[in-house]
Structures are given as C-alpha cells and as structure tokens.
Design a protein around this ligand. Structure first.
Ligand code: NOJ
Length: 702
C-alpha cells in the first residue's frame, strides 16, 4: 500500500483530539519531562524539540519514542532539532559553505550531518536556511547561502538531497533525516537589518528573488517547510493564506507539511492581528499551518474551533494527512532510536575530517594577496601569531551549533607550528608583546587572526557598525606602523567592512566561521599545501551607508547615472559577489554561443576557454551570468545562471560549457506565470560578477 492510502487508513481510525495532537510540536526540558512523557503516551504531540543537554539521561529519546508508540494510535513522535550546519562534526556556516560554489560538497556535508544526527534519534532538522540576505547588519545572514537566488537554489537542493537522499524512498533509511527549509518567506529583508523586524518586498522581487530557492528545495523533495515569525507586506507570514496555502502548497507543490516558527500563532495577538489566542489559532490553522511550533495554541483551542465549525474538519484532515505521509516516508514506525552518545569519547572519522577540512578550505576566500605574501615563504625564520582567534576552537563553529564537539579541533597556531617546523612561531595571549615586536630585527611577519565571536551573528545579533570588533583594528594598524608585514585571517559570521585595515595588511583570507575543519584548512592555505577555494557569496560593502548593496539590482535604464552616485563615498563594493583570488592566475577567453537565435522552449550552449596562466595548478570557479536586455518587467542588470569549479594544471586550458534554457531565461510575471520573453539576451562569463567577457543571443518570438 502506498503512503497516501496508508495515511488515509490511519487517519480514519483517529479521534479529533488525536488528529490535533499530530499538529502540535512540543518542547521538552528537564522540568517538564515527566509531564511530557505522559502527554506523548496520550498522543498529544506529533513532534518535539529540545535545546537541553540530556547527557545525563542518554536513553531519553528512546523513552519518548516508546511512549508515543504506546499511545492508542501508536503513531511515533518526530524528534526535530536545530542541527543547522553540523551535529558533532561542524561544517562552515551557511554563508561559508556557500562560498564553495560547490553543491556536491554541500550534499556530502549534509549527508554526514544527517548520519550523525539520526544516530541520536534526531530524524528532522530545521535546515537548510534559505533566506536571501542583502544586509550584513542582520545577524542571521550567517545562516543562509548569501545574496543570490541561483546560488541559494543550487545549495538548497543539494542540502535537501544530502539530508533526505535523492529519491523519495531514501528518506526511510536509518541515516537519512527530514529537511525543513526555512523561513518562508522574505525574512532576510527585515528592515534595517534588525532581526524579526517588519518586511516589505514587491511582488516581482518576492517571486523572482526570494521564492525560487524554496521552489528548488520543494522540487528536490523537501518534506517540510518552516514559515517565519516576521511579517511581510502587511501580514504575519505564518497567518497568510496567500503565503502558506497558495505559495507553498499550490505553487510550490509541497509534498509534506508546514510547521510554523516558534510561537508564531500566539504572537498574532501581540501583532494585534487577532484579539486573542483562540482567534489566532483559527487564523493560523485556516491559512495553512499544519503543525504549530511551541505556541501551545493548537492544543488549547483547535478542538473547540472545529466543534464550533470555525475550522473545517477537512483542513484538519489535510494537515494530519500531510504529517502522516511524511512520517510514513521516514519509516518512523521502525526506526531505531539509539542512546545519546558520550561526546567526550567522540573521535573524528577520517571521512568527517576530510569533508570538514575540504568544506572549510572551499569556504575560505582570499581577498587580497599583495606581492604574493601568501603562501608563507618557507624562508621566513620567525612569525608572530596574534589576534583573538589564533588559539580558538569552539569559536570557529559559528552561531548555530548545539552539539559540536570541540576537543577534536586543534587550534590553528598548533597546526602552523607543526607544518612550519623550520620557522619559529611566537604568540602571547591578549596583547602585542613589546618584547617580541619591539626589536626590529626580530620578527617581520605577523599572522593576525581577527574576527567575530559566534554570538555576534545569528538570531537577535544585529550590528550597525560593520567594522571588526573594538580593539582589533587598532592592533592591526599598530603592527603595521611598527613595520610588520600583516597577514590577516578573518573569522566571521558576515561580510565585515575592512576599509580601515586594508592599507595596513598584505593579505586577507576571509574564512567565515569555518567549523571543525577550519584550523587545518586555514593552516594548509597559509602554508601553500592547499589553495584558498572560496568565492564570495555576498557583496562586501565599503560602508554601512551603501546598504543594501548587492551585485544585481534591477538595471536602472536612466540616462542619469551620475544621479546614482554618493558625493562622499564610492558606490562600488569593497569586494564583489563571486570574488576570490587563487595562488595562480586564469584567463577566460573566446566566449561563444552555439546558436545566435533560439525558440522560447529551446536552449543555448555557451562556451569559453579557460587557461591557467600562472605558475602552479589551481581551481577556477567559472561563473555564467545573463541579462534580459529588454523585458516587460525590469530585470536585474546581471543574474548568475551557472557556475563550475574546475582544476587546471599549470599552462593547462579547458573549454567550459553552460546551458541556458527556459528555467534560466524566464521569470515570474505579475500574474504569477513563469515566462520567457523574446528578445536579446546578453551572456557574461568570468571569474566573478565584474570580471567577465560577454556575447549576445536572441530568443525568437514564436
Ligand atoms: C526560531 C528560529 O527562528 C528557527 O530558525 C529555529 O529553527 C526555531 N526557533 C527552533 O529552534
């Protein structure tokens, strides 16, 4: 029997209160545990989450599962957790891993995340986070895949495949878990970069910039979607029929259920969108929320609302069917829930080590390298290592990390000492040593590990000033004033403006919060054992005054370009989207299209020649952008529509090919139809969004 039929059969046997039980997501902690165990036995919750450390009760999730399996219906409860970019092994934050421009690597990383999480009974994670963000003041920019729709869409599907598997049936395997792309929709555009603030997005931007990554995740099979706790265009998103039912279920075709973010139903009262919690429950259920996260409203009011005819039973049945089908796909009735692991005994498998180091390497973008200061020359006799992140472990994990194990992380300074065994490496905690630095003949190269504490980004952590935290710039400038050559490594949760220190440093390696493999990857890059692999998934501004700044605003076809300029600062970014240096040089040439004209339903092949013209082998991330030259809705000046990471030996060259078809050339019009318009298209290929060569082709009007 298929999932649909089986789910319907189970549904038939359920009472109204059992059905509503499935629609509640509860919270467990040490205080409420006994009461919750009883509630699971009575089938009062379909799912639960926790933030608590239960290492003293290792069997807890098994007990909970058993309790739910003993309920009258025997429907197993689903344990969900915020395993966002790693469980025991931590991968780079979303913004970091997006810098890899490497979906295969993301798929592998998320597969490992799923494996580690499911080994503790976590069969659902609230990831991937797909909020396009164009304001680095917003702390949660760290969690997403950056500013671009196409890049985020490719990362979205890769993350879903990694967590759930590529085929619908894979989700039932013990090592696979349910994904929950979030936070539908537009959360990244909170005003002023202030978390949970109000959001206004026009219809064409909503559909063409913010919606496609979720669509890609749903097409990849995501079995749940989380709606946000913000409001959009005058409606709380978790209480909007258009957003929940129309966009997610009808347009997106979600084969699964919608869970609200924490407390969004009760919050409707605070929003003054409803007079009381009962009315809030009516609105949330009727507009499309299938499972209510921790506002405890559905359990209090939903049954009564159905009895009063205010929420139709068909809506309840639809929600429960969606949840049951996913639970069946997950094979939750037969899954084993193992006891929690003793984290003190955790060791990194060689597979986990390799993937986490590779992910961190590809998250690390080299933004400056004056006079080839990197890799560090083997002839340097003495190096001074400074800055707050030289000895850090856990600080490399980033803002969303509940169970990451830090004893497997070796501080970067120790790794450097091992790798540079002919170089003397000096370091003093917290201050710059006059004794070491004061003597001119002593040390001339300093590697300074600057950056942000993980708690400076993530939920609720917004900043108005994009500079390095207090004191770090002064130290870097003081080192340079003493005549030292400063190599800067930046460990951060957002793009920071480095303008003040730029004149004082020779190289900048931007590693975001790189996770478990970070220190090893950084040491490999600094010593030249490996290439810096990252390309910026987000624009780095010169100043906060430029925000929002992103590579592809709608093209302004004005004949007054001078009107767009600031009188006091440049309107250019500090570093543009897609940017990242390598230890070699590449030349892109000879752009060609295989046909000058195509029909709307056809595709064009674009090729370029790429040559490694430097003196060592290296990786290029070749990027393909388009511009729809004349259109009925103004389109962005450039849009990423393809990318490829290729390795080329010294002197080697290759032809790189991209295919552009309906999906790449079309957009959603005001009616919500996805259309390709006839006319001229410009196609650009290059190594970042600015450094490109281009040609044209035409889509015919037939
Ligand atoms: C609130 C956050 O916005 C969301 O990202 C998270 O998954 C849930 N709480 C559950 O912790």
């Amino acid at each position: 029997m298929g999932y649909e039929a089986k789910a319907r059969e189970i549904l038939k046997s359920m009472t109204l209160s059992e059905k509503i039980g499935q629609m509640n997501l509860g919270l467990i902690n040490k205080e409420n545990l006994n009461d919750m165990l009883e509630a699971f036995k009575q089938g009062k919750y379909g799912a639960y989450l926790t933030y608590e450390d239960f290492s003293d009760q290792r069997d807890i999730h098994n007990k909970i599962m058993e309790a739910s399996r003993k309920s009258r219906t025997g429907i197993p409860v689903l344990y969900g957790k915020d395993v966002i970019h790693g469980h025991f092994t931590v991968f780079p934050i979303g913004l970091g891993i997006a810098a890899s421009f490497n979906p295969e690597l993301i798929e592998k990383s998320f597969a490992l995340i799923a494996e580690e999480a499911s080994s503790e009974g976590i069969f659902w994670t609230f990831a991937p986070m797909l909020d396009i963000a164009r304001d680095p003041r917003w702390g949660r920019i760290a969690e997403g895949f950056g500013e671009d729709t196409y890049l985020t869409s490719r990362m979205a599907e890769a993350a879903v495949w990694g967590l759930q598997g590529r085929n619908p049936a894979d989700l039932g395997k013990q090592e696979k878990i349910l994904a929950c792309p979030k936070h539908f929709i537009g959360y990244g555009a909170v005003e002023g970069g202030r978390d949970a603030n109000t959001v206004e997005i026009s219809q064409h931007t909503l559909m063409n910039v913010y919606f496609p990554p979720f669509l890609a995740a749903m097409k990849a099979g995501a079995g749940s979607i989380m709606s946000g706790y913000h409001d959009l265009n005058g409606e709380p998103v978790s209480a909007s029929y258009n957003i929940l039912t129309h966009m997610i279920k009808e347009l997106g075709g979600l084969d699964g259920f919608i869970v609200s973010d924490s407390g969004t139903t009760s919050q409707l009262v605070k929003y003054r969108y409803s007079t009381d919690e009962k009315q809030a429950t009516e609105i949330a259920a009727n507009t499309g929320i299938d499972m209510d996260m921790c506002s405890f409203c559905f359990e209090k009011y939903l049954e009564k609302l159905v009895e009063e005819g205010k929420v139709p039973i068909e809506r309840i049945d639809d929600a429960v069917l969606r949840i049951l089908k996913v639970k069946l796909r997950l094979n939750l009735w037969n899954r084993e829930v193992e006891p929690l692991k003793d984290k003190n005994k955790f060791t990194l498998s060689s597979e986990a080590k390799n993937i986490s180091v590779e992910a961190a390497r590809q998250a690390s973008a080299l933004l400056m390298n004056k006079e080839s200061s990197l890799p560090l020359s083997k002839d340097i006799k003495k190096i001074y290592v400074a800055g707050p992140y030289a000895k850090a472990r856990r600080e490399y994990f980033g803002c969303w990390c509940l169970d990451g194990v830090d004893h497997v992380v070796e501080p970067v300074i120790d790794i450097l000492k091992r790798k540079l065994d002919n170089t003397e490496i000096r370091h003093l905690d917290y201050f710059l040593s006059e004794r070491i630095l004061g003597k001119d003949d002593y040390i001339d190269t300093v590697v300074y590990f600057a950056g942000e504490d993980p708690d400076r980004s993530g939920e609720r952590n917004n900043i108005a000033n994009l500079r390095l935290p207090e004191g770090q710039e002064e130290q870097i400038i003081s080192l340079s004033n003493r005549g030292k050559k400063v190599i800067l490594v930046v460990v951060a949760g957002r793009p920071l403006s480095l303008v003040r220190v730029i004149p004082h440093v020779s190289a900048i390696l931007y590693v975001f919060h790189p996770g478990t493999g970070g220190p090893e990857a950084i040491a490999q890059i600094l010593t030249g054992e490996a290439e810096p692999g990252g390309r910026l998934p987000v624009t780095v501004p010169v100043s906060e005054g430029q925000i929002p700044i992103y590579y592809n605003p709608i093209q302004v076809r004005s004949d007054r370009p001078e009107h767009l300029k600031y009188n006091d600062i440049t309107d250019k970014p500090l570093y543009c989207f897609g940017y990242g240096l390598t230890y070699t040089d590449f030349k892109v040439s000879d752009i060609k299209v295989d046909r000058n004209e195509i029909k709307k339903n056809e595709s064009v092949r674009v090729t370029v020649n790429i040559e490694n013209v430097g003196d060592r082998s290296g990786e290029a991330v070749v990027q393909c952008y388009i511009n729809d030259c004349v259109s009925s809705l103004l389109r962005p000046c450039k849009e990423l529509k393809g990318f490829k990471r290729i390795t080329l030996g010294k002197g080697e060259s290759k032809i790189v090919e991209f295919t552009l078809g309906e999906e790449e050339l079309g957009f959603f019009d005001h009616k919500g139809d996805f259309i390709v318009e006839p006319g001229s298209f410009r196609v650009f290929v290059g190594l970042d969004c600015e450094n490109t060569i281009d040609t044209y082709f035409t889509v015919l009007d037939e």
